[in-house]
Design a binder for this molecule. Structure first.
Ligand SMILES: [Zn+2]
Length: 287
């Protein structure tokens, strides 16, 4: 790993770089476009895409008359210079060709990175719109007040800003081994690296050290930030670190983890999606 730039420029899925030339964010303060355009149709943890010439793309123009549980489509900007709107449809809505369902977590993606990245962002913006309608201080109605999708309370003036929850994710090495964990809710046999949300009052580095200790009982040293990823599930900012083993024996946090092990880097188990920073770090720093 010598010779890498520090920190890395990480052009992973869901970060801005991959859609910069295709997507222009709109302002909620502007008049909304009225012409038809592209759609991001969210269905649970999947997105509905259109099969076209052997690949999946965003559907255009008219959509089927789906049940949307009172969720109005939200215009968020322009995709390939046409209006882009996002909506969430009910899980039992019928899906007909040429539309197909593409799970965000798929291990064999059929959509390109830019398409799935804008779908992730659209889902984050829809969630933000839904969760910021009322003031968390006084319960008053919130209104848009900035082009960056911030809202202000009409009653007390409190402001809220769209942000991802900060998380740290840590690749820990011991010689030619790497520390991997498995959580009960994950697919059997698929392992990843320790991660977790930053606590109030904690730095990203402190979170990294604590999460490894809490999940695995391992103490780390030589912690180094390597890059970050926007992770829209539902809305996190993953900060990636690499570290070396310092001390301790594996002792798992049984309420969160059901396995943790040192794996030889040439015999790794099934790993997370190639679109995740976890996978990027494992490929970048375990060779
Ligand atoms: Zn208020």
């Amino acid at each position: 790993m010598t010779g890498n730039s520090y920190p890395e420029t990480v052009n992973l899925a869901y970060n801005q770089a991959g859609i910069a030339n295709l997507f222009a964010i709109g302002s909620p303060l502007e008049a909304q476009p009225t012409e038809s355009g592209y759609w991001v149709a969210i269905r649970g943890t999947s997105v509905l895409l259109k099969g076209e010439s052997g690949r999946l793309v965003l559907p255009e123009d008219e959509l089927p008359d789906w049940q949307t549980s009172g969720c109005s489509p939200l215009w968020i900007g322009f995709w390939k210079q046409r209006p882009l709107r996002v909506l969430s449809i009910d899980a039992d809505s019928e899906i007909r060709a040429p539309l197909v369902e593409e799970p965000f977590s798929t291990t064999s993606p059929r959509a390109d990175v830019a398409t799935i990245s804008v779908c992730g962002l659209a889902q984050q913006m829809l969630l933000w719109e839904q969760r910021s309608r009322f003031c968390s201080s006084c319960g008053g109605k919130m209104v848009w007040y900035s082009a960056s999708w911030a809202r202000r309370c009409r009653t007390c003036g409190a402001k809220q800003f769209p942000v991802g929850m900060p998380c740290s994710i840590v690749l820990v090495r011991r010689g030619h081994q790497v520390l991997l964990i498995h959580k009960p809710e994950w697919i059997d046999g698929r392992y990843s690296i320790p991660s977790g949300f930053v606590d109030l009052g904690e730095s990203l580095e402190e979170c990294a050290v604590r999460e490894v200790r809490e999940e695995t009982g391992i103490e780390i040293k030589n912690l180094r930030y390597v890059g970050s990823q926007n992770w829209p599930f539902p809305s996190s900012l993953m900060s990636g670190f690499v570290a070396d083993y310092a001390s301790g024996e594996i002792k798992i946090a049984a309420d969160e983890i059901d396995d943790a092990r040192w794996f030889p880097i040439d015999r790794l188990p099934t790993l997370p999606s190639k679109r995740s920073i976890a996978r990027w770090m494992l490929e970048r720093y375990c060779s």
